[in-house]
Design a protein around this ligand. Structure first.
Ligand code: FVH
Length: 293
């Protein structure tokens, strides 16, 4: 806070629901925190707890060696960085705005060209959890900048460093979030199946949750098979697995549940078996995916 002049200085650009939680957390942990927001009124609550508000983004950037950016999207970041321009030189800019790997790499290029170091970050968590173990920040980019400011960044919550390529935090974010949606949309279709048969969806969810312990070794085994190209009969030989797919599809048809994904799985299995790999397992379907796209 302002009472400890030796305290580390940090600047936060963007005081939306996420940026405000980040700024507040830095103040609470004793950082000399400078904040800026396009709509100036949003700075008031941060000033009330001890932050310093700047009139412009450039002024806020000039105040600290570490600048954390948390705006709505890539367009907002581009606009704000353009207004800051060379003031960023010599600093570390940590951009926590959502965006693609390509945007992260473009932002890194801009920041490097303006004499600063770039770290891209993707947030897994919601504003109320900032500063708690239930808040994860995936980071990638300058390793030296990460090392220099790791303790400050760990104020925000769990932090993972995913390598020098500034796009890797976004890649990890896309992968983690996509896995969630892939699994959960399937879960919704299955809840419809269970309910169509008069089952109790809550009881099913508890039983299925109990079976999740089997997944970590299964996922590790599938990843090893994909990495090595050696495919054991995981989940059993494909010719055995394929035999149940028609029943699975027919049953879902009978209760009006979506069959698109199961048909995709069956089609891949049939092709893999036709190619002579009926003794390999589920992971060997990757060979067909690898050829596509
Ligand atoms: N639960 C969440 O909030 C999710 C959790 C996961 C990560 N996301 C990402 O975090 C970024 C910020 O999200 P947010 O929730 O803080 O968003 P808002 O509350 O809408 O605040 C947006 C801030 O961005 C400023 N802003 C927008 N456009 C511009 C612009 N062209 N120039 C300057 N600033 C801009 C806006 O300013 P103002 O409207 O108050 O003047 C806010 O400060 C986001 O990437 C999420 O995907 C959050």
């Amino acid at each position: 806070g302002i009472l400890n002049p030796a305290a580390s200085r940090v600047t936060v650009l963007g005081l939306g629901s996420m940026g405000s939680a980040i700024g507040r957390t830095f103040v609470e942990r004793g950082y000399r925190t400078t904040v800026w927001n396009r709509t100036a009124g949003k700075s008031a609550p941060l000033v009330d707890v001890g932050a310093t508000a700047s009139a412009t983004a450039a002024e806020a950037v000039a105040a600290s060696p570490l600048v954390v950016v948390c705006l709505l999207d890539g367009a907002a970041v581009d606009e704000v960085l353009a207004s800051v321009d060379d003031v960023v030189a010599g600093r570390v800019l940590v951009n926590l705005t959502s965006g693609s790997p390509a945007q992260a790499r473009a932002d890194e290029r801009w920041v490097s060209e303006h004499g600063a170091e770039y770290i891209d970050g993707k947030i897994m968590g919601d504003p109320p959890y900032v500063g708690t173990p239930n808040f994860t920040v995936l980071l990638s980019g300058s390793r030296s900048a990460f090392d220099a400011h790791e303790s400050a960044l760990r104020v925000l919550g769990g932090v993972g460093y995913h390598g020098e390529d500034p796009g890797f935090a976004a890649v990890e974010f896309m992968a983690q979030v996509a896995m969630g949606y892939e699994m959960l949309i399937g879960f919704l279709h299955v809840l419809k199946l269970v309910r169509a048969e008069g089952g109790d969806v809550t009881e099913f969810a508890q039983r299925f949750a109990g079976s999740l312990a089997a997944y970590p070794p299964l996922l590790t085994g599938i990843a090893k098979a994909v990495a090595s190209g050696e495919y054991p009969p995981d989940l059993g030989p494909l010719r055995v697995q394929a035999a149940l797919m028609d029943d699975m599809i027919d049953h879902r048809e009978s209760v009006g549940v979506e069959t698109m994904r199961m048909r995709q799985v069956k089609e891949l299995m049939d092709r893999r078996i036709a190619d002579g790999h009926g003794e390999q397992g589920f992971s060997s379907l990757f060979e067909l995916l690898a050829k596509e796209g």
